[in-house]
Design a protein around this ligand. Structure first.
Ligand SMILES: Cc1cc2nc3c(=O)[nH]c(=O)nc-3n(C[C@H](O)[C@H](O)[C@H](O)COP(=O)(O)O)c2cc1C
Length: 165
């Protein structure tokens, strides 16, 4: 395939994936010095119920990756619809200062974000590289469901779900 065709495919693929509405989570861990680390993520999905497990796709350049792998445990804090601004502030703040922008607490050795619709604590089971990303398989250790409306990210914007019926 020529370079131009790859570039065209790249654009079409991005355009297609922008239309995939996703939930948004702040995925968090604690680094070796005891500092909380985290990034916003849409690339997470449930994997299996036996055992309960999920997948993350983390860019290998992301500040979260090394501490997450060193720690071996992480939390998926699924955000509520009214946390769009908090998410964007978190994303646009330098890694070392992110946790100064929101309410969080420590539980079971992990930094957890306040007022989420659900929080899933996991341990890292497997990792595999593909392209720019590392795919992390996490086995679920503990789940807390706060409930409420989830935050949605689609076409580069935050929103909320409108459910028919
Ligand atoms: C809505 C949204 C979803 C994102 N999803 C992912 C994701 O699934 N995986 C990922 O590696 N980065 C994702 N990012 C980018 C990270 O949140 C982060 O900005 C990036 O890794 C750079 O972080 P760093 O400065 O801590 O390295 C997403 C950003 C936004 C705003």
């Amino acid at each position: 395939m020529s370079g131009n065709m790859i570039a065209a495919l790249d654009g079409e693929f991005r355009a297609a994936m922008r239309l995939l509405a996703s939930g948004v989570a702040l995925v968090t861990t604690l680094d070796a010095a005891g500092a909380p680390c985290g990034i916003a993520m849409t690339a997470f999905m449930s994997l299996s119920m036996e055992p309960p497990s999920l997948l993350l796709a983390i860019n290998r350049t992301a500040s979260l990756l090394a501490p997450l792998e060193d720690n071996g445990r992480f939390a998926v804090n699924i955000l509520a619809a009214d946390q769009a601004a908090a998410c964007q502030t978190f994303v646009t703040t330098a890694p070392g200062q992110r946790f100064g922008t929101l309410d969080w607490w420590m539980e079971d050795g992990l930094p957890l974000v306040e007022s989420c619709v659900a929080t899933i604590l996991c341990r890292v089971e497997q990792t595999a590289d593909f392209g720019s990303h590392r795919v992390v398989t996490g086995v679920v250790e503990k789940v807390t469901v706060g409930g409420g409306e989830p935050l949605v990210y689609v076409d580069g914007r935050y929103g909320r779900v409108s459910v028919d019926g």
